[in-house]
Design a protein around this ligand. Structure first.
Ligand SMILES: CC(=O)SCCNC(=O)CCNC(=O)[C@H](O)C(C)(C)COP(=O)(O)OP(=O)(O)OC[C@H]1O[C@@H](n2cnc3c(N)ncnc32)[C@H](O)[C@@H]1OP(=O)(O)O
Ligand SMILES: CCCC(=O)O
Length: 447
């Protein structure tokens, strides 16, 4: 059978496709923006026929209909490997659980059989003339997940950009069991997060760490975007990109002529990433763009790959840091907020890169849900908070009050360095706590 006939012969209706799901199956949705609304909606309609179906997602950007339709969790059990805002709210209602991971290891969970997959439900481009459908903005662990699945169902959507690899960015029509026609709805867009003056002050300190020819990884949120915006307006030259997440600010830096990638040691000239989330500006930029290369996460986030580029500058956000230098970025007490993701991978990988720096950036304070100003530099982490980067690996911490370097420092020296970048009004209280914890000495200096 030729490719076109094989492709057409595999088309079924959405309702027909989801009939392959059986009670107690594990279903894995496409990742990030490549989760399929139409397959989720069709599966939700089968609720009363199914029990104990586990649905795994990766940062699903919408609230699945399967979960809305089953508020008692009698039919569907929902997990997320990295909480989106939607998953966070479901978790608050005990409707979503977190699967812990160090992101670069994720594909191996499937290869080693730790995560069984009965049905993979992904979203893809139409096939090219050679019969390959493309995973669009989510390479990540999608290939490994499909390889492990008993059945692969793909929603074809014309709005999905063809994101060139790299590797493992596509599947052949022969590797997919069923195709369904989607509604071609445009990809979801991340809302623009307003950049504050404090974000800009932090970004200015970050910019001082970046030299011509450096290679960038930027995390999620307003502050990394502020860094991108300021780089676009700077006169930095020949920057490279080796990142986990590609965001709009990379397009700004590229358009401004800051990114050429010619000084990278690996993947010269290419902006390397494993998933993209942003606005249509980013999705249009990515479509058939040979300056970008999408790779699976066991390549982009492997510290032994990250460090092969010199001067890796990794910019990541955190919720809180304690006086010992432990970083909590994914949960606050028992409340799961996001996930470990690739933060540990990039902080560790940056240290192994010649001239590299892993920067944990956070505002010195935040206003809690009761309206009270709280320090993000804490005497100890909020009880229950998960350590995302251990103190033995964490090294640079930046707030709007400066940068602390922690490697080689004793506990009291770390406390001193971190209190010096805490909010000035909250330093006295931190000193008292440090004293009580025996990590303060009389000669400690506060500027
Ligand atoms: C995708 C990438 O980041 S790639 C980089 C590698 N991966 C990582 O760094 C993963 C870990 N990091 C992260 O997930 C993020 O960078 C975060 C969570 C630290 C910050 O992300 P942002 O989007 O800027 O967080 P934001 O300020 O919107 O806060 C998210 C939630 O945490 C809550 N929150 C923020 N700070 C605190 C805090 N100190 N204590 C309690 N809750 C807090 C907010 O109230 C909000 O909850 P809500 O949705 O109920 O209102
Ligand atoms: C799934 C990982 C996303 C992140 O690193 O934040």
């Amino acid at each position: 059978m030729d490719i076109r006939s094989e492709y057409e012969s595999k088309f079924v209706s959405v309702d027909e496709a989801v009939k392959v799901v059986r009670s107690d199956d594990v279903v894995h949705y496409g990742e990030f923006m490549m989760a399929s609304h139409v397959l989720d909606e069709a599966l939700a309609k089968r609720k009363d026929e199914l029990n104990g179906v586990v649905i795994n997602t990766v940062c699903c950007p919408f609230t699945p209909q399967t979960i809305i339709s089953d508020p008692e969790r009698s039919h569907f059990i929902y997990n997320d490997w990295h909480f989106s805002g939607a998953s966070r709210k479901l978790h608050d209602k005990n409707l979503c659980n977190y699967i812990s991971l160090t992101y670069h290891e994720a594909p191996s969970f499937f290869d080693r059989g730790y995560v069984p997959v009965d049905v993979a439900m992904i979203k893809v481009t139409p096939p090219d003339k050679h019969g390959y459908v493309n995973f669009g903005t989510s390479n990540s662990m999608t290939h490994a997940m499909c390889d492990a699945a008993r059945i692969v169902i793909a929603e074809v959507n014309d709005a999905v950009p063809r994101c060139l690899g790299g590797s493992r960015e596509a599947l052949h029509v022969s590797e997919i069991d069923y195709f369904v026609q989607g509604d071609n709805r445009p990809l979801l867009q991340l809302p623009k997060v307003p950049i504050s003056d404090i974000d800009r002050t932090i970004a200015k300190i970050v910019l001082e760490q970046i030299e011509d020819g450096a290679c960038l990884q930027l995390g999620i949120g307003a502050m990394p975007n502020a860094v991108g915006e300021m780089i676009a307006q700077s006169d930095l030259k020949n920057l490279g990109v080796h990142t986990e997440m590609l965001v709009d600010s990379f397009v700004d830096m590229y358009d401004a002529g800051r990114i050429t990638g010619v000084r990278k040691q690996i993947d010269k000239g290419k902006m390397v990433y494993t998933f993209a989330m942003g606005t249509n500006k980013l999705y249009d930029f990515l479509n058939n763009n040979s300056s970008c290369a999408s790779y699976p996460v066991d390549y982009t986030n492997d510290p032994d790959i990250i460090c092969q580029n010199d001067k890796m500058i990794c910019v990541n956000n955190a919720l809180e840091v304690d006086l010992y230098g432990q970083v909590a970025s994914e949960s606050s007490g028992m409340r799961q907020i996001s996930g470990t993701g690739g933060q540990l991978d990039f902080i560790y990988g940056s240290y192994k890169s010649k001239g590299g720096k892993g920067l944990i950036c956070l505002t010195s304070t935040y206003v809690d849900k009761e309206g009270k100003l709280q320090s993000r530099i804490k005497p100890v982490l909020t009880p229950g908070s998960t350590v995302t980067v251990p103190r033995s690996i964490n090294y640079y911490v930046i707030t709007e009050y400066g940068m602390a370097m922690l490697k080689g420092k004793s506990t009291w020296q770390r406390a001193e360095a971190l209190i010096n970048i805490a909010h000035p009004d909250l330093r006295e209280e931190l000193i008292k706590e440090a004293d009580a914890q025996k990590i303060w000495v009389r000669s400690s200096k506060i500027s």
